[in-house]
Design a protein around this ligand. Structure first.
Ligand code: FAD
Length: 481
């Protein structure tokens, strides 16, 4: 009997899973699934313990679904990618697998691992890889001279044209196998990794993700454009954690969106189009890491920004990390992420800008810290977001655009509803002072226990502008501009 092996990685779902679907196409084949946890590799990548726990919970849910379809999930832990290649090569041999199916991962280390595996299998097992994890495959949206777009808007325009042509459909979940493989005795032992519960906001499983997607599309989408920047409102989908682990696919998002709003592509000012735009940003960053693998190694896209003389200051960095900067919108956001593993997009932009442009701390410190805390940590989106905020990336904010954290707070959390939720110590501060509590005349009387601003925004702005300008001059004179 033929044995097909499906190697699950960042695609923890039954529905719309190209590798799983292809492995199951032959009704006579015995299909086995395998998942290899690599805790040492995760440590190297700085993965958040909360995300690792969420992964384990989703794996347990997926195992249940696979077993019901007669597909046994084999689970193994080994330290890193190298060890996983050795183990999987041996596993293929022991199981006498004829073919190995997997969905591509686009990050540098992951691609290198897959090449090493193909070499190790040396043609003895047929490897079949599939594009997944994006709406359109990386490399498929190209400029006139076959390059990768560096600016989002033209990328999006070309992307939309291609999307209308391709119209990506979702694949069904496999049906129950005739040759059901008996369930394995391998328990899902906890990962050898620090554990932090994902929290009630993140129940595991693709059923949950699909139902959240449905509810969002039918009940919240209309207001998305208007409300998505207001962090006190529950106005965004909160699907990023599911998308990051592949519990949900972007094609499922797109198709659900299309079925709820068939005219989405024609109404650029609608909530539905605005949401699709975010999914395209997600694809953009993924396409970029494939076109420019140096991004995976945390290199800036714009050469001269290498010369910025970053400040090394552990006290300031810790104040930012812990939400003790004295800027309420920044502190509330950091505490939201520290306590829940998720942060609102507008706040990711504000906190990132604050670290880089108010504290002049290297954006890579922030990139690392976010990944170590986020339940939706994703190399491409996180790197893209940080390089955007730091003005080091492709189509990034220009370096002289510096958010004023107080103004941003007033604009997006006018009455301090979000701020007070995460900074209860500011409960008694009147609305008119909630963005600058140090100016509140009643602070002393009320015994306000909240830090004064750790930097003065006005002078920090001047210092940063000068540092970027000096770096740019240096870059131009040394030819690294
Ligand atoms: P929604 O508003 O409902 O958007 C739908 C989906 O589109 C999201 O789930 C996400 O997959 C995608 N998306 C939305 N905005 C963006 C964006 N700007 N860039 C790329 N994809 C987007 N997103 C991550 O998934 N993982 C990260 O590690 C991550 N780090 C970020 C770091 C910084 C500094 C910044 C500025 C943004 C980062 N983002 C990241 C993007 C964005 O903040 C989150 O995707 C979004 O807040 C998730 O909430 P949601 O699911 O409710 O989003």
């Amino acid at each position: 009997m033929k044995t097909h092996l499906v190697w699950l990685r960042a695609d923890l779902r039954l529905h719309d899973n190209p590798a799983l679907y292809a492995a199951c196409r032959d009704p006579d084949a015995r299909v086995l699934a395998v998942y290899i946890a690599t805790p040492e590799q995760w440590r190297l990548h700085g993965m958040a313990p909360r995300q690792a726990a969420f992964l384990l919970d989703n794996l347990a849910a997926l195992r249940h679904g696979l077993t019901a379809r007669g597909i046994a999930l084999h689970y193994h832990q080994c330290p890193d990618f190298n060890a996983s290649v050795a183990w999987l090569t041996d596993f293929c041999r022991r199981q006498q697998a004829g073919a190995l199916f997997y969905n591509y991962q686009y990050e540098f280390n992951e691609q290198r691992r897959d090449r090493a595996l193909e070499q190790a299998l040396d043609g003895q097992v047929i490897c079949q890889g599939f594009d997944d994890g994006t709406l359109l495959p990386p490399g498929s949206v190209r400029t006139g001279d076959s390059g990768m777009y560096k600016v989002f808007t033209p990328f999006r325009n070309a992307f939309l044209r291609k999307l209308a042509d391709v119209d990506p459909q979702c694949l069904p979940a496999p049906s129950r196998r005739i040759n059901a493989a008996p369930d394995t005795a391998d328990g899902l032992a906890p990962f050898d990794y620090p554990r932090q519960a994902p929290g009630e906001a993140y129940p595991a499983g693709e059923d949950v993700a699909l139902s959240r997607l449905r509810t969002f599309c039918h009940q919240q989408m209309q207001d998305y454009r208007k409300m998505r920047d207001i962090p006190s409102q529950d106005a965004t989908s909160r699907l990023s954690a599911y998308l990051a682990l592949g519990v949900l696919s972007p094609r499922q998002c797109y198709n659900r969106l299309r079925s709820a709003y068939p005219q989405v592509l024609e109404h650029a000012d609608s909530g539905a189009f605005t949401w699709l735009n975010e999914l395209i940003w997600r694809d953009f960053y993924r396409h970029l890491i494939v076109a420019y693998p140096a991004l995976c190694k945390h290199q800036p896209f714009i050469g001269w920004t290498r010369h910025v003389a970053w400040r090394r200051d552990d006290v300031l960095l810790a104040a930012w990390q812990q939400g003790n900067t004295g800027y309420p919108i920044v502190d509330a956001a950091m505490r939201q992420m520290n306590q829940t593993g998720w942060m609102h997009n507008r706040l990711r932009m504000i906190t990132a800008s604050f670290l880089v442009k108010d504290l002049l701390i290297d954006w890579r410190e922030g990139e690392r810290y976010f990944i170590s805390r986020l339940i939706d940590g994703d190399l491409a989106a996180n790197n893209g977001g940080w390089q955007w905020a730091a003005s080091t990336g492709t189509d990034a904010a220009p370096y002289f655009r510096i958010f004023n954290p107080t103004t941003q707070g007033r604009r997006f959390d006018e009455k301090g509803v979000f701020i007070r939720r995460w900074l209860p110590e500011l409960a008694a501060v009147p609305d008119s002072y909630v963005h600058e509590p140090h100016r509140w005349p009643g602070a002393g009387h009320a015994g306000l226990d909240y830090p004064r601003p750790i930097v003065d925004h006005g002078s920090a702005r001047q210092t940063t502008l000068a540092a970027y300008q000096a770096a740019k001059n240096l870059g131009l004179s040394s030819g690294t501009g």
